[in-house]
Design a protein around this ligand. Sequence first.
Ligand code: PGA
Length: 269
Amino acid sequence: MEVVILPDAEAVGKEAARKIAVLIRRKPNCVLGLATGSTPIPCYRELIRMHKEEGLDFSKVTTFNLDEYYPIDPRHHQSYRYFMDENLFNHINIDKARTFVPYGLAPDPYEHCIWYEEQIKKAGGIDLQILGIGHNGHIAFNEPGSSLASRTRVKTLTRETIEANARFFERPEDVPRYAITMGIGTILEAREILLLATSEGKADAVAKAIEGPVTSMCPASALQLHPHVTFILDEAAASKLERKDYYKYVHEMSESLKRQIREKLANQI
Ligand code: PGA
């Protein structure tokens, strides 16, 4: 597990976008796992800039989003499909047919979950998964208590989540009561995972995820079981990590080693 600590949310977004761009250039038909929420917005903004100014080409990229409300019309401004279109897809040259978000109006959401998992498999699995983290350690809609082996499924939203979301909907009865979400087991199958966290409010959850025990009570702690995870944090989100200085030292040392190797290889040419 690698922990990268950067000054602010903007730098976190840029670093995540840089890693995504490296993958797209190396493997133009790669499969990305994407997240909604406020945290990845600077990353998406940077990807749009890279597309417009540097020609970063998304034409062969496939994406799978983590989750979606249920039921919700994809055209509703609070749907995660709408969020992705507005914040990323409408501004890059991606083929919309290759952008998967669980369908909020699926006639049978249970069948849809099975179909969604099949599409991920058909695409060859997820190369790089972007994640945010909730204040309670959730990843996607996997709230505390979710099985660490869970698959894509229908979840009933907690009363707290429904109340917190009510402000985004016209009437309280419009707030969706369910969500379709990738499971923790699904997420752990991605080849590489980047968890982004910014702001003081995330510091407790981040410390539990990285330094606490692996427990379903902090779903993000399951990432400790994955062989290739990077936590990209701003200083505020990293502020409660006991071994913060050590992570910074390790990061500096590994960057320095990579630089030395690059220079050595360049000199050989
Ligand atoms: P946020 O949400 O990026 O809006 O903080 C993250 C999450 O709840 O997973």
